[in-house]
Design a protein around this ligand. Structure first.
Ligand code: ZN
Length: 243
């Protein structure tokens, strides 16, 4: 069974399509939230994602904001502008689909959460200290998170959470996860590690191996749609640089 793991699609259909084509073949898909926000294709991305095979998807902070689960004032000005645009663009049936998402899912030795296992909506796991604190917030050997838009692994060496280390995995290399780990696949629709290519993970449970991939997509086409929609220019320019 090959699982495709995606996160932070952020309404970027061109990046999503590039990942879905590049990742083939896969039997099921896990999505770590923020399907919408920033980008120009919220309805198209929701409709594409909900049709993916054996989908499991959790809610992100942008998804929660459009449902008014969190205050829009908590976002910076430009993120807020895209949420206000989304308010007028999102179809009612797609809003209902977002409303049906869980904050956190646990199954088959895996936990899924957008931000962190202890605070799925808001917490960013950017550093070792936050990763260590979260190691006791999930029971399964592996927790998958998104939210930072930066691909990485925090691995607990041995039984002690104080011996947690950060690993940056090279693209296209297979790796295994024997220790308790928090893994971030990076972002499909708005990478922030200065590599503008869309980011995703594949997990093969038969071989018990993981592979992290990057794939290029037509960034200019997305930038044109962002500007045509009247969304902030910053959401377009950052895509070319990957920040
Ligand atoms: Zn995000």
């Amino acid at each position: 069974m090959r699982t495709l793991i995606i996160s932070d699609v952020h309404a970027n259909l061109t990046a999503l399509e590039a990942v879905l084509a590049d990742a083939e073949p896969y039997d099921q898909v896990w999505c770590l939230g923020d399907v919408v926000g920033y980008g120009p294709d919220p309805n198209e991305c929701i409709e594409r994602i909900q049709a993916l095979p054996q989908l499991r998807c959790v809610m992100g902070n942008h998804d929660a904001a459009i449902l008014s689960y969190i205050d829009i004032e908590a976002f910076n000005l430009e993120a807020r502008a895209s949420l206000e645009w989304l308010e007028t663009t999102l179809k009612p049936e797609n809003r209902s689909w977002l409303a049906g998402l869980e904050y956190r899912l646990e199954f088959d030795d895996i936990t899924l959460a957008h931000g962190s296992p202890r605070n799925p909506i808001w917490e960013y796991i950017m550093d070792l200290s936050t990763a260590k604190q979260n190691m006791t917030a999930f029971e399964t050997p592996i927790c998958l998170v998104g939210h930072t838009h930066i691909p990485c692994i925090f691995k607990m060496d041995g039984e002690k959470r104080s011996s947690t280390h950060l690993y940056l995995m090279p693209p296209d290399d297979e790796f295994t996860l024997e220790q308790k780990s928090i893994v971030n696949p990076g972002s499909v629709g708005q990478p922030r590690d200065h590599d503008p290519r869309a980011s995703y993970l594949i997990f093969d449970n038969k071989e018990n191996v993981w592979v992290y991939h990057r794939t290029a997509y037509d960034i200019e086409a997305v930038q044109k749609r962002i500007l045509a929609a009247g969304l902030p220019i910053r959401h377009a320019s950052r895509l070319a640089e990957g920040w």
